[in-house]
Design a protein around this ligand. Sequence first.
Ligand SMILES: Cc1cc2nc3c(=O)[nH]c(=O)nc-3n(C[C@H](O)[C@H](O)[C@H](O)COP(=O)(O)OP(=O)(O)OC[C@H]3O[C@@H](n4cnc5c(N)ncnc54)[C@H](O)[C@@H]3O)c2cc1C
Ligand SMILES: NC(=O)C1=CN([C@@H]2O[C@H](COP(=O)(O)OP(=O)(O)OC[C@H]3O[C@@H](n4cnc5c(N)ncnc54)[C@H](OP(=O)(O)O)[C@@H]3O)[C@@H](O)[C@H]2O)C=CC1
Ligand SMILES: O=C(O)C(=O)Cc1c[nH]c2ccccc12
Length: 428
Amino acid sequence: MHCSCCCGNNLDHCPTMVYQAFDQHEELFTGRCILVNGPVIVGAGPSGLAVGAGLHQQGVPFVILERADCIAALWQHNTYDRLKLHLPKQFCQLPYFPFPPDFPEYPSKYQFIEYLETYAKKFEISPRFNESVQSAKYDETCGLWRVRTVAGECEVEYICRWLVVATGENAEKVVPEFEGLDEFEGTVMHACDYRSGEAFEGKRVLVVGCGNSGMEVSLDLCHHNALPSMVVRSSVHILPREIGGKSTFELATALMKWLPLKVVDKILLVLASCILGNLEKYGIKRPTKGPLQLKNIKGKTPVLDIGALQKIKSGKIQIVPGIKKFTSGRVELVNGANLEIDSVILATGYCTNVPSWLKEESLFSKEGMPIRPFPEGWKGKAGVYAVGFTGRGLSGASFDAVRVAQDVGKIWNQETNHYASFLRSKMQ
Ligand SMILES: Cc1cc2nc3c(=O)[nH]c(=O)nc-3n(C[C@H](O)[C@H](O)[C@H](O)COP(=O)(O)OP(=O)(O)OC[C@H]3O[C@@H](n4cnc5c(N)ncnc54)[C@H](O)[C@@H]3O)c2cc1C
Ligand SMILES: NC(=O)C1=CN([C@@H]2O[C@H](COP(=O)(O)OP(=O)(O)OC[C@H]3O[C@@H](n4cnc5c(N)ncnc54)[C@H](OP(=O)(O)O)[C@@H]3O)[C@@H](O)[C@H]2O)C=CC1
Ligand SMILES: O=C(O)C(=O)Cc1c[nH]c2ccccc12
């Protein structure tokens, strides 16, 4: 590899670290090349920031590449105004720096974003914004990762020893195909573009999906005097957010220390049915597998109810079965019923985007999730790592981040000390 900057040196001697390089297939890469002394982290969400903090503490330099124009883009650009964390704060804070003591038990999204901004400042993390990673592959000939980004008109290639994938389980919206939806005349949006029900006052809104997003969007629509109908095409576990004034999640976590998961599920379901009653009469069936088991096997998060259920019981949120097709101002359901609707909100979930850019087979499956189950899924071959793909929200991301930062930091510091003593011995 030859340097393309003014010095004309080869790669080892270029002071500016800007090169022109050939990839493995000898095709000329015309953009800038940047050699990174340390890992490249893809994504400046909570996971990427937590890894950055761990590296900073050990004095390891790194680069964070972020496609958006800010940190925590999911939280800043793709969530509704009323969103609050639905797990208690001690399960959502990142490593090395707790939430401020005056934060409520369930911080709002604005408080969470404020915390993340402070976190980034505290650990001197300055991501490169508006740089979307297009591909990353390991170059066996030099034993380094080549990470290509597009930043506006420019293409850049980062060359590094370690690659940390922190692009999240919710990187892309899932938009299923529905017959006739293209001809539907009203507003159609994904839940990630929904901010508040203000614009929907008095409107009949079909909310497709009954995960935490579908439930909370429907509830928010009620708060704005809209008329939501929520599609429940299969089954869903709804749990109270709290049981006896204690977080259900915290209770489950405590019970799991002593009891098998299936037993904890049984306890949760007995308690939930005592508190919430039988939901079948409202059109809500429970899956045959328990809530924690289902989360573990399929990654399906149980709904932690913050008030939608009461609106379902009072008929303010109407439950409807699966969709057959849309026509201009209507939806036809699988039970043959026809509803007149003004708008559609697709609360149909998210997926990862890892398969679209990462060329690697030791760590991620074709679906873009770690091949090995938690807690083993964070480390692959040749210096690639995954953070935030555990299906365990922010606490899972923190768990991964600590391990990754320790692993990289250990090798980086060993090699740096080794190199420093080598230089010292040469100078003596
Ligand atoms: C509405 C909602 C509410 C949630 N509430 C909770 C909660 O209360 N508690 C909890 O524990 N979990 C919650 N979660 C789960 C949530 O995924 C995590 O809290 C958290 O955001 C995960 O952090 P992350 O950094 O792994 O991913 P993200 O926050 O998604 O960050 C990934 C970053 O990578 C960037 N990126 C993606 N692709 C590329 C690319 N190719 N190139 C460059 N950058 C890229 C994205 O722009 C993004 O900034 C919620 C999720 C949603 C959708
Ligand atoms: N306050 C908070 O902290 C919040 C947290 N979150 C988190 O964000 C993550 C994503 O949640 P969410 O956005 O709800 O996504 P989910 O993947 O949890 O839910 C998607 C929903 O869409 C339904 N669906 C998908 N395709 C279709 C279709 N073709 N027809 C009808 N229904 C369909 C699914 O039904 P089926 O099950 O039948 O496939 C499911 O009910 C979760 O981890 C969640 O916990 C979300 C909102 C708030
Ligand atoms: O909020 C989310 O999406 C999470 O992934 C947090 C979470 C991790 N494990 C759970 C089990 C039950 C409910 C929420 C979560």
